[in-house]
Design a protein. Structure first.
Length: 248
């Protein structure tokens, strides 16, 4: 479940990591198993074929609030609808091998090359039926613990597909509850590839799985706060939601 939410909530300065602590004797195999059981003890997420998530995103520095709906139909269909008050609506879609951004009133921009590769990877990363070892090219457990505020964390280093040409992603998992507390990734934007650091807060059990209801994303000195409003698994979603307009 953790990888699924990380993929959906990471859309767009973070506290300095304390010095490396003493080495641990945790094995990678055991840790990965504990992560899966901590976030999704009954394996409910593996039964999710679709999902609709509603959230509120805010950027305090710029006093912006964004109402967002995310629809996913696994394994390879996603749609994000973002509404900014006083501005236009932006829709991003992945439908199998095609992906595009639609700015309402301004037209559609098709994705290709590296940008398309990013869209496909994020959809794969969002698939709740896949394990971390099935999503990433390689997963490696760091031999040390790291301090994040009150948490001592294991560090997982996850290599992404070569065509993305980005650094490996990092997951920081607390050593008590085995839940993700921080995630460091790279996201594709109009400015190119930028680092995004996400902090996961206020975990609650929802439909049998633990979900961070509040996420702080940090990007280029800007903080974006994500609050989850609702999560609806196995909702009916028509394929037409992911259809490219006929004139394209």
């Amino acid at each position: 479940m953790s990888k699924f939410l990380i993929a959906l909530l990471t859309v767009f300065c973070f506290n300095t990591i304390a010095a490396e602590l003493a080495s641990h004797n945790m094995t990678q195999e055991v840790l990965l198993d504990k992560i899966e059981k901590a976030a999704d003890p009954k394996g409910v997420c593996k039964t999710w074929k679709t999902l609709i998530m509603k959230m509120k995103m805010s950027v305090p520095m710029q006093k912006i609030e964004i109402s967002t709906t995310i629809m996913a139909k696994f394994p390879d269909k996603t749609k994000t609808i973002a509404n900014v008050p006083g501005m236009t609506k932006v829709i991003e879609v992945l439908n199998g091998n095609k992906s595009w951004t639609e700015t309402v009133g301004l037209g559609i921009q098709m994705k290709s090359g590296r940008q398309l590769a990013f869209a496909k990877f994020k959809a794969k990363r969002a698939n709740p039926t896949l394990k971390l070892t099935e999503i990433y090219e390689k997963v490696t457990l760091d031999p040390a613990l790291y301090q994040f505020g009150k948490y001592k964390c294991y560090k997982l280093i996850c290599s992404t597909p070569k065509e993305l040409k980005i650094k490996p992603e990092e997951f920081y998992i607390d050593n008590k509850e085995f839940l993700p507390r921080w995630h460091i990734s790279s996201e594709f934007s109009e400015m190119g590839v930028i680092p995004v650091k996400s902090e996961f807060l206020k975990y609650k059990t929802f439909k049998g799985a633990k979900i961070p209801m509040l996420v702080n994303n940090h990007m280029m000195g800007i903080k974006m706060i994500v609050e989850i409003i609702s999560v609806t698994p196995n909702a009916k979603i028509a394929d037409s939601e992911f259809a490219l307009p006929k004139d394209k």
